[in-house]
Ligand binder design. Structure first.
Ligand SMILES: [Zn+2]
Length: 181
């Protein structure tokens, strides 16, 4: 297991568009190892998602600690992190929700970001098999945030106003919902 160095805002790799991963490349030991290391890195830094550019790789893939989005799943149950490769996202419906986001590449800052409430994702999983899922609310937010990374977009770019920008300490003190972990 390796913990990878996370690129911070200002590093050009975070602003570059990534390239799709070929199926054969995806199955290579190098990319499989990258995925394992990304999962370890995300876990180490308590992230809920991590995109390849954040670890200096210009590949169109991210990992996320989400449930599979299926109905009826036990929300308390920890599931394996998802690996999403070459995602294409379609917004479902017109609902937009604003909520707090953070980013491992923008440490110790939180801000409120509007996102589509529900999305459909078509992608490949880490084995190169077709993956299709619908996600809503928090999961949909994470997927949109991570997919943005693949296009060189950071959450600041999506904010309607910077008035909510908050350091983590102040977020915990004044804004964090009591129901959060
Ligand atoms: Zn991020």
């Amino acid at each position: 297991m390796s913990i990878l160095k996370v690129a911070r805002m200002g590093h050009p790799v975070l602003r570059a568009k990534t390239r799709p991963v070929e199926k054969s490349e995806l199955k290579s030991a190098a990319v499989q190892r990258l995925i394992d290391d990304m999962i370890d890195t995300m876990t180490e830094y308590h992230g809920v998602g991590l995109a390849a550019p954040q670890v200096h790789e210009g590949l169109r893939l991210f990992v996320a600690a989400l449930d599979s989005g299926e109905e009826g799943e036990d929300e308390d149950q920890e599931s394996e992190p998802l690996t999403i490769v070459n995602p294409e996202i379609t917004v479902v419906g017109a609902d937009v929700v604003e909520d707090w986001e953070g980013c491992l590449s923008i440490p110790d800052i939180r801000g409120r970001v509007p996102r589509a409430r529900e999305v459909r994702v078509r992608a490949l999983d880490r084995h190169g098999d077709r993956l299709e899922l619908r996600a809503h609310d928090f999961s949909a937010r994470v997927i949109q945030h991570e997919t943005d990374h693949l296009d060189g977009i950071l959450f600041f770019d999506r904010m309607k106003s910077f008035a909510s920008l908050t350091f983590l300490d102040e977020y915990s003190r004044y804004w964090r919902k009591t129901t959060d972990d």
